[in-house]
Design a protein around this ligand. Structure first.
Ligand code: ZN
Length: 473
């Protein structure tokens, strides 16, 4: 008996041409198991095929990829912003609450984050959290695909007592055939340079090599982290990883934030195997947007992520893309040219400001095209994980697809749908979705069918009850 086979047809499918450029054309997509089996664009097959799902004029595109998140942390959404301003929100508020979490809480809260992700068109997340077996269970229940990194800590943080259990969880998630068939994979997740010892960093990178999976960590996130590492090891965070050979050992590394890393440090990393996760809206609250202009000029790879519901406060990866697309102009008002103009009296000359803007917009221009920005939200570079491909409609890639109603007012008149995937709000126009080859909800009633399902209703009830109980614990 073969694996279940779905055949989708639409007059608009986001594909790549021979030169690797995105294009939209009619196609038939065959799904088998969790992957895309074949894509046909020839007229004969388009006419002859008997689709199980005919989406007519609608657009089929790859679902979005959230490259760094902690889905369970939605339970702290709306926590006191005053604590965020103190710069110690992670240590003071998050750690205090997270220490009290039980696996059942993590499972219940992760399900809520997973539902939010799906409902915004995200098909795969790189999650990093404590009690990761519970994270994997929640993802399997909801049907969101993921790369799960069990959080490893041995110096400080809420995960201190879980180290060996989370190392075991990394192995068991990585080797689980059941999870793999649902599109759930593993990464090795040392938490950050101030909470993880040199010995554990080494152990983590060796494990990544042994299991052939990525390393996923926070790095150089705050001045506190920087000072703690310099005091302990005599070098700053990224230089420490280099000294330990961590980034050379792991098959690939995904490093979140990287705000406190200098050009000299960045120049010494193996850039073909390291990607940074840029979390625009979270960083606006927690610190400041990462210097992606400088990274792009240096040729560093970066992907886009939400970080978490507690810091962002949205898990819509697509909403991050508009910020990425506009990132080049965000520094203009902080330039000396602008300062001089602003203080220059009523008739100050604005032309140096215009020149500064022109320079910013001209820098590594190809990296900020609509197409380049969209790729950062879908897959770039590849999937970071040697075990699968995602973010492209091509044979063997994970079958993570969104179907958009192009007549919806949020996309109308639908003239440039590649641009719409970056700049418009696509979530209201979601008609259907497939994750790891499975249909989510009912086509045409996507949001309602998910929200009205018994599975969601039960998840919401349990999350409410557990949050209430946790706050009183
Ligand atoms: Zn994070």
């Amino acid at each position: 008996m073969g694996e279940p086979k779905l055949v989708l047809r639409a007059r608009r499918v986001l594909l790549e041409d021979a030169e690797g450029h995105l294009r939209i054309e009619p196609a038939i997509i065959e799904l088998r198991g969790l992957r895309i089996h074949a894509v046909h664009t020839d007229e004969a097959t388009l006419l002859r095929a008997k689709p199980t799902h005919d989406f007519g004029d609608r657009l089929i595109a790859p679902a979005f990829v959230d490259a760094h998140t902690h889905l369970a942390l939605s339970f702290l959404r709306g926590a006191d912003a005053g604590e965020a301003a103190s710069g110690r929100m992670v240590e003071d508020l998050f750690y205090r609450m997270e220490t009290r979490l039980r696996p059942e809480d993590v499972r219940a809260f992760t399900r809520m984050g997973a539902y939010e992700s799906l409902l915004s068109g995200v098909g795969l997340v790189y999650d990093h959290y404590y009690h990761a077996e519970a994270v994997a269970e929640a993802l399997e229940e909801v049907g969101l695909s993921a790369v799960v990194a069990p959080t490893l800590q041995d110096l400080s943080g809420p995960g201190l007592g879980q180290l060996e259990a989370q190392l075991d969880a990394t192995r068991s998630i990585a080797s689980s055939k059941r999870l793999r068939q649902r599109g759930i994979f593993a990464a090795v997740g040392p938490h950050a340079s101030d909470t993880v010892s040199a010995a554990l960093w080494q152990r983590a990178s060796e494990l990544a090599r042994e299991l052939e999976i990525p390393l996923h960590a926070h790095i150089a996130q705050s001045p506190q982290e920087w000072s703690a590492v310099v005091e302990r090891e005599g070098v700053p965070p990224l230089a420490l990883l280099q000294r330990l050979g961590v980034l050379d050992e792991a098959p690939s590394s995904l490093l979140a934030h990287g705000l406190y890393a200098t050009r000299a440090e960045l120049e010494s990393i193996p850039r073909d195997r390291v990607s940074f996760a840029f979390c625009p809206h979270s960083q606006l609250v927690f610190g400041f947007p990462a210097p992606v202009m400088r990274w792009a000029e240096m040729g560093l790879s970066f992907v886009v992520a939400t970080d978490c519901g507690a810091s962002n406060d949205s898990l819509s990866l697509q909403k991050e893309l508009r910020f990425v697309a506009g990132a080049r102009s965000t520094g203009i008002s902080a330039t000396t040219e602008y300062g001089t103009y602003f203080e220059g009296g009523a008739f100050a000359d604005p032309s140096p400001v215009a020149e500064a803007r022109r320079r910013a917009m001209a820098s590594v221009k190809e990296q900020w095209s609509t197409e380049a920005v969209l790729r950062r939200g879908l897959s770039s570079p590849g999937s970071l994980h040697p075990g699968f491909a995602v973010g492209r409609i091509e044979p063997k890639a994970l079958a993570n697809l969104i179907v958009l109603d192009v007549d919806h007012p949020s996309l109308w008149p639908g003239r440039d749908l590649i641009r719409a995937l970056v700049y418009s709000d696509i979530a209201p126009a979601l008609h259907a979705m497939f994750v790891a080859g499975r249909l989510i909800g009912t086509p045409g009633h996507f949001h309602e069918s998910v929200l009205m399902s018994e599975a969601y209703q039960g998840s919401k009830q349990e999350a409410d009850a557990r949050l209430y109980e946790l706050l009183g614990r």
